[in-house]
Design a protein around this ligand. Structure first.
Ligand SMILES: C[S@@+](CC[C@H](N)C(=O)[O-])C[C@H]1O[C@@H](n2cnc3c(N)ncnc32)[C@H](O)[C@@H]1O
Length: 533
């Protein structure tokens, strides 16, 4: 555990979005912007100056003859001082040709245009952007673009840099890639298309740890502004084509691997309303969208119950007996994803877990009626459970959240396969799972079983993964809001024979814990269902 000074440093770095680019990444990006022999270069979030060091290292002559005028912004005075000290001690860069602005780049007003811009901006989520509304208005006024209120800080940096890029100039950004798929990224994507600036999106696979001290998704954007006569001289390629490339390690950050893993999409075919992450998939996953439907059109996804103290509220058989609790206060529930090994959760599965003394019961104090039930509430108060953040905001503190059982559970976190469970017993789930509720009256119980089978398939899981929000180091996290946006097969459009066949697999799945057998059945289901998309 870090000590107090360690925490303070961590908080400080978080406040300013300070995490640093490694040298190979900085070198790669610097080479892109230097290829056109710029006379002016800008780093809008300079930090310790890794990009400018690379510029100096790659082209010492350009920097020390004063042929290159360098502008850098840094909001944090301490960081700017560090950068300047390094500069004095190590660099051959003529400090007079450096214009270091210790101020907020996003608010800085300048008429300058730069031949080259290189940046690793802060990645603050929208809630952490200071004066967000004011900034949005400023961007509308000055740059003619109204960004969504949900935009990450990096999008503001990017948009301003595109605006300040001189015709024919080049820009390289490293930043999170969620905006390629989410609603809030649409305006940024539209801006790319209107300005015809985007050349490459190099996406790092989620298992690649690009930054030592930050877990985040990450891509490198390489841009080039058309010259004033509208020409693009970009690497001899067709005009206005965007190259989508996914790499799986930092070693693959070289042109040979990037090109090998790439797909070229003409700008005219790109639509800012579509999810651009799908372009990184090797083969087109979906050829027929007609049979797909967004989850939000047939139901909703909601996180599970948060108790505020699982230690107190989640009980095993032994704990229930020890405290002599009545059956009215003990509701069956699933608290841990690891407790659920079966694909289909029914009463038999539950009984086994209960007898194995797993914590599969939740205490709901509002039904307390015996002396022992009430004594358990007092026991909680003696241990300060009622003073926790969630419990102190609940009335009474010992009531559990009122969430109906969901027919399908989907694990909130996963590695590789997403855990999906059919909750046949209709019991409650805690936050380890999100609940998928089907609210469309036209969906029968069979349709729900079929939808569950679909969600198990590798095809469906790839589609879902297009919508995950945060991941890094191989861990996938799903937010209910993102899952609602995901496309699923509209199982009502399946042929009767296919429905019967898949439902037969569903029956077989209920009875097995054999992983291999489960996988075989899922493959067979995938085989039938993927024909529909
Ligand atoms: C992600 S770090 C990148 C630092 C360096 N360029 C690198 O790649 O290693 C972002 C830097 O931008 C600075 N910064 C944050 N907000 C800023 C703003 N609004 N204007 C200028 N600099 C800012 C932070 O203090 C931090 O040093």
């Amino acid at each position: 555990m870090p000590n107090a000074a360690g925490w303070a440093e961590k908080e400080y770095k978080k406040e300013y979005g300070q995490f640093f680019t490694s040298r190979p990444v900085a070198e790669f990006m610097a080479k892109w912007v230097l290829e056109k022999q710029p006379k002016t270069i800008l780093d809008p979030a300079v930090g310790e100056g890794i990009f400018l060091w690379e510029v100096i290292r790659l082209f010492p002559s350009m920097s020390d003859t004063g042929e290159l005028s360098v502008t850098a912004y840094e909001i944090d005075f301490n960081m700017a001082e560090r950068f300047q000290n390094h500069l004095k001690s190590r660099s051959s860069l003529d400090v007079r040709s450096l214009n270091l602005c210790i101020e907020d780049y996003l608010k800085a007003k300048t008429k300058n245009q730069y031949d080259a811009i290189i940046c690793n901006p802060p990645y603050h989520k929208f809630q952490r952007i200071p004066d967000r509304e004011q900034l949005r208005n400023l961007f509308s006024e000055r740059y003619g673009i109204t960004l969504s209120g949900y935009c990450n800080a990096s999008s503001y940096f990017l948009v301003k840099s595109i605006y300040e890029l001189a015709p024919g100039g080049r820009c390289a950004y490293i930043m999170p890639y969620e905006f390629l798929n989410t609603g809030y990224g649409e305006t940024v994507k539209r801006y790319f298309l209107e300005k015809r600036v985007l050349k490459y999106i190099i996406k790092f696979d989620s298992s690649v740890r690009v930054f030592e001290d930050a877990i985040t998704t990450c891509c490198i954007l390489l841009l080039e502004k058309p010259t004033e006569d509208g020409q693009l001289k970009n690497c001899g390629r067709m005009e206005n084509t965007v190259i989508f490339s996914e790499i799986h390690s930092l070693e693959q950050l070289n042109w040979e691997d990037i090109e090998r893993n790439s797909k070229a999409i003409p700008g005219k075919q790109l639509d800012c309303h579509e999810k651009w992450l799908s372009y990184f998939l090797k083969e087109a996953l979906v050829t027929n969208r007609q049979n797909l439907i967004q989850l939000k059109k047939i139901g909703r996804v909601s996180r599970g119950i948060a108790t505020g103290s699982n230690q107190f509220f989640v009980l095993s058989k032994e704990m229930i007996c020890r405290h002599h609790l009545s059956k009215e206060v003990c509701l069956p529930c699933v608290a841990k994803a690891s407790d659920v090994k079966n694909l289909i959760f029914n009463e038999d599965v539950y009984r086994r877990l209960y007898e194995e003394n797993r914590k599969v019961t939740i205490f709901n104090g509002v039904y307390a009626h015996t002396g022992q039930d009430k004594a358990y509430i007092r026991y909680g108060e003696q241990n300060g459970i009622h003073e926790g953040y969630l419990t102190s905001h609940r009335s009474p503190w010992y009531a559990i959240e009122n969430k109906a059982p969901a027919p399908i559970w989907l694990a909130a976190f996963s590695r590789d396969r997403i855990k999906v469970v059919r909750n046949e017993m209709m019991i409650r789930n805690l936050t380890a799972f999100h609940g998928i509720y089907i609210e469309n009256a036209a969906f029968s119980k069979e349709d729900i079983d079929l939808l569950f089978c679909w969600l198990l398939t590798p095809t469906a899981q790839k589609l879902l993964k297009e919508n995950k929000r945060e991941y890094g180091a191989g861990l996938d996290k799903f937010e209910p809001g993102d899952l609602m946006e995901a496309d699923v097969l509209d199982v009502r459009r399946m042929k009767p024979q296919d429905r019967t066949d898949v439902l037969a697999y569903y029956q077989k799945m209920a009875d097995t814990l054999d992983l291999e057998l489960q996988q075989d059945m899922i493959c067979s289901v995938d085989h039938i269902m993927k024909n529909y998309i």
